[in-house]
Design a protein around this ligand. Structure first.
Ligand code: DCP
Ligand code: MG
Length: 484
């Protein structure tokens, strides 16, 4: 625990939904639900407008549709969210070498280690400037918590939501936590929460009063002791940067489950390459390659292979991941894939001969895979189409919410599709709401398109935070209020 509130926790507000609202001007201020639209679909997130109807993450999509039939329902677009996430993480990386990302939209930053804050006043100023920078660069809002520990900083950012900043002065943690539900503490899920409630403990104060011995009796040694420390506001965990982490991993959830084995293989390859880029950026190498597969039924398995020595060689890691995939049955469909490297070291100690041999065989394999991929893609599509209804065909070809480009009308997004028809709204980020037009689903002038940047002409934050960037497009005024 430190004496100054220099641990920062950032969490973007309604992240996927806000990104969609920024991309689609007509959805600003409207209920938007992002998630799986199929029969097994669940809500990934809902805009704050949709949350007023009671919609929240992990709710079945069918239930959300009953609660808010008129909300916009969109499938996730992970490429867009990752681009925004990279921009946000880039800004954080300029504040401190110690940035610990927890997910696409969430990270801890050690401001003291970055030399940008050493007391409450300087921490608050950096927190506000960060919120301004995020808004200027991404067009989205994020909430900031500042405290003397990770646990309290995370609770603070939750209190700050949406679009705010909360700073908790060190020394006041216990008092702050006391009236809160036990569920606020990390590691207390619904089951532990129930267990504690049956023992008469609902608030953090109850836990602190119960004492360590009682909590250990209820929950076991490890969990009981750590919960007792947390109830007292005590949390000494350091912010761990990727370069000091024990592992580096990347993963992707797919908009629709992958069935085609060739596609699954090529996705694993792509993830392996992305993992290597992260590994190299952190100047690390690792010895154990891990493959993670979540199947259509949410069953998740991980497989790992340990190499002779640490490596950061893309072909070696790609090959290991591919071997691990061979042992996994993916016939029912794949929802998520991940590739990671653990057992990290700061150096590479590779059997050079083995590496060269691996590289050669991988290069030969890569050619084969590419050819097979080119053949397989359309064939599989055609096979599936035979079993699809016209509505499903239209939805698969033109997924709701995806970007399109029309030769005459310009950039737009799919608002919906039905039998033989697709409805497109033509608008771009930063524009006023645009007009809707309907086309035949095979209109040759209509093509799928890549997402556009959410901010057309972003301010230059490359030397941030040392110098304030020149004021441009609203920068300099803090977006939204901050609470004490
Ligand atoms: N997410 C998901 N499934 C979940 C929870 C979240 O796919 N069960 C995705 C969608 C979210 C993103 O992760 O936009 C970030 O998760 P958060 O918990 O931070 O939720 P939001 O950013 O959407 O909202 P909040 O403003 O409460 O942070
Ligand atoms: Mg969030």
């Amino acid at each position: 625990m430190r004496a100054a509130p220099t641990i920062l926790h950032l969490d973007m507000d309604a992240f996927y939904a806000s990104a969609e609202q920024a991309a689609k001007p007509s959805l600003r201020g409207k209920p938007v639900v992002v998630g799986g639209l199929g029969p097994r679909g669940v809500v990934a997130t809902a805009s704050y407008e949709a949350r007023r109807f009671g919609i929240h993450s992990a709710m079945p999509m069918a239930q959300a549709r009953r609660l808010a039939p008129n909300a916009a329902y969109l499938v996730p677009r992970f490429t867009l969210y990752r681009t925004v996430s990279d921009q946000v993480m880039g800004l954080l990386g300029q504040l401190s070498p110690l940035v610990e990302p927890l997910s696409l939209d969430e990270a801890f930053v050690d401001l003291e280690a970055g030399g940008v804050a050493d007391d409450a006043a300087s921490a608050r100023e950096i927190g506000e400037r960060l919120r301004t920078a995020i808004r200027a660069v991404t067009g989205l809002t994020g909430s900031v918590g500042l405290a003397g520990s990770k646990m309290i900083a995370k609770i603070a950012s939750e209190e700050a939501k949406p679009d705010g900043l909360v700073l908790i002065e060190p020394g006041t943690e216990r008092e702050l936590l006391a009236p809160m539900s036990v569920r606020i503490l990390p590691g207390v899920g619904p089951a532990t929460g129930d267990h504690l409630r049956r023992a008469g403990m609902t608030t953090v104060r109850d836990l602190a009063d119960a004492g360590e011995a009682e909590l250990v009796r209820l929950l076991g040694k490890a969990h009981g002791s750590s919960l007792h420390l947390m109830a007292l506001g005590y949390d000494d965990r350091p912010v761990v940067a990727e370069r000091d982490a024990k592992s580096v991993s990347v993963e992707d959830t797919f908009d629709v489950d992958l069935h085609d084995r060739v596609r699954v293989r090529s996705e694993v390859e792509r993830l392996a390459d992305r993992c290597v880029r992260r590994l190299r950026a952190a100047e690390r190498s690792g010895r154990t390659v891990v493959l993670k597969v979540r199947r259509y039924d949410f069953s998740t398995l991980t497989r790992s292979e340990t190499l002779r020595g640490p490596t950061d060689d893309p072909t070696v890691i790609r090959e290991a991941a591919a071997r691990l995939l061979e042992a996994v049955d993916t016939t029912g469909g794949v929802r998520l894939l991940g590739v990671g490297v653990t057992g990290l070291a700061d150096y590479t100690q590779e059997d050079l001969f083995a590496q060269a041999a691996d590289a050669l065989s991988a290069a030969m394999d890569a050619e084969v895979t590419e050819e097979a991929g080119a053949e397989q893609g359309p064939a599989e599509g055609a096979e599936e189409a035979a079993e699809e209804t016209p509505e499903q065909l239209a939805e698969r070809r033109w997924p709701s919410g995806h970007d399109v480009r029309h030769e005459t009308h310009g950039h737009g997004w799919v608002q919906g599709s039905g039998v033989g028809r697709v409805t497109v709204r033509f608008e771009e980020p930063g524009d006023p709401p645009g007009r809707v037009r309907t086309f035949r689903i095979d209109d040759p002038e209509l093509q799928p398109a890549e997402p556009l940047p959410l901010v057309k002409d972003p301010a230059d934050y490359s030397s941030w935070p040392a110098n304030r960037p020149k004021s441009r497009s609203g920068d300099g005024s803090s977006g939204g209020e901050s609470r004490p």
